[in-house]
Design a protein around this ligand. Sequence first.
Ligand SMILES: NC(=O)C1=CN([C@@H]2O[C@H](COP(=O)(O)OP(=O)(O)OC[C@H]3O[C@@H](n4cnc5c(N)ncnc54)[C@H](OP(=O)(O)O)[C@@H]3O)[C@@H](O)[C@H]2O)C=CC1
Ligand SMILES: CC[C@](O)(C(C)=O)C(=O)O
Ligand SMILES: [Mg+2]
Ligand SMILES: [Mg+2]
Length: 490
Amino acid sequence: MGQNYFNSLPFRRQLQELATCRFMDAEEFANGCNYAKDKKIVIVGCGAQGLNQGLNMRDSGLDVSYTLRKEAIEQKRQSWQNATDNGFSVGAYEEMLPSADIVMNLAPDKQHTDVVNTVVPLMKKGATFCYAHGFNIVEEGTKIREDLTVIMVAPKCPGSEVREEYKRGFGVPTLIAVHGENDPNGDGLEIAKALCSAQGGDRAGVLESSFIAEVKSDLMGEQTILCGMLQAGSLLCFDKMVAAGIDAPYAVKLIQKGWEVITESLKHGGITLMMDRLSNPAKFKAFALAEELKDILEPLFEKHMDDILSGDFSRTMMEDWANDDKKLLTWREETGKTAFEQTEGAGEISEQEFYDKGILMVAMVKAGVELAFEVMVSAGIEPESAYYESLHETPLIANTIARKKLYEMNRIISDTAEYGCYLFSHACVPLLKDFMAGVDTDVIGKGLDVKDTYVDNQILVVINADIRSHLIEEVGEHLRAAMQGMKAIV
Ligand SMILES: NC(=O)C1=CN([C@@H]2O[C@H](COP(=O)(O)OP(=O)(O)OC[C@H]3O[C@@H](n4cnc5c(N)ncnc54)[C@H](OP(=O)(O)O)[C@@H]3O)[C@@H](O)[C@H]2O)C=CC1
Ligand SMILES: CC[C@](O)(C(C)=O)C(=O)O
Ligand SMILES: [Mg+2]
Ligand SMILES: [Mg+2]
């Protein structure tokens, strides 16, 4: 393992790399995936991203096959089954790699050094090596053979949703980048654009980014609002409702499906629309709760960003890799044993009821999305990137919880994201103890008991203006204008 690449750069370069972000015009994708059409694409690994990116690229007309470790093929492991059940050809490294034009490294981040050591030496001169997340280059400082082009195509979303959105005729926002030290033929960007288009990314929005900007924003989003906040929020809201006598299966249903329902409006119309789905009295409550949550949680969000930027987060997680994932596996087991995870959800809940009875969840989403966005932007990440990484992706993670609660979310996201999710959640739950003691079932579980929905007009004007004038709403309006194909899923 090399030295942390980000930390090795002069401060001025660090700032430049963090701020690398260009929203790409639809016309830049006029050629679709043609540039990759005559190329042989071999994917290493067939898990969450590997399988789903491969399916999309094949449906877009590209030549996709897989290479797996010898043991995976011999033992017919899940990865082998994923590929063969879907009719892909699969072969050992020696068979597949020497003729590949593009090799996509879609193994877990903790295995990337091993992949680089075993896969890269078999690649032909002048081929392309592609990542879906820049951790190995940025945090481990890995250097790749100079004759190879090194690119990144990073969908801002779990692998399962990369596929689901593509099947709906849409896609997921994607960050693409070329590693400046590995672009010998000067066509890295063309290749990245073609792969991104084949996955459906250009239908949702593409940023020309850098490995550094992607890594630092991706880690921040997944640890805080995307996974950590949804995990902490689920556990806290469930315990609150059950302690107050609400039927446990109903409480599970309200939370499990609730994140998906309330964040659907977030995806289509930003925080403004999500808050507008509440009655005026409920909006007053959610607004006040979100302000309180932001005050309490801001230092925690900042700590995560600081640890990500300094390299402390990656250093300590890599210590766990070296310790056979002891912390990750313990935390995973503990999560599985929580009452929320152990209880089956039940009960009929209408779409509007999720808002009316989940006011606190709306406040948590508002606070978490805004804080993640604000802290990323304050650290030098551009607003477009921060928007995709906080607001747009939250519903895509919520979709996984709606299927099988936290188990499904943590199984589908990367191990890197899962580790960071537990880290945040373990700090967040105790931090919100007093706050949770002060809220009641009117904001989570039962809804407001209001016969009269009177609110003060002047306060409503101030609240609406505050919501609408946030930078995330301005950026969101612009980015959503390019999302013509977005489909309603709730
Ligand atoms: N999970 C997600 O949704 C997202 C992931 N990413 C990024 O995508 C990449 C892939 O992550 P993800 O899809 O979660 O990974 P998974 O954990 O789902 O990938 C497992 C696959 O990798 C293979 N694999 C494991 N170790 C090795 C190894 N040493 N050499 C070769 N193959 C190996 C496994 O095969 P075997 O049967 O041999 O074990 C299996 O096919 C990561 O960089 C991640 O950060 C980016 C966005 C979202
Ligand atoms: C949710 C986190 C993520 O970055 C992702 C799905 O985008 C991951 O690493 O899994
Ligand atoms: Mg991500
Ligand atoms: Mg990630």
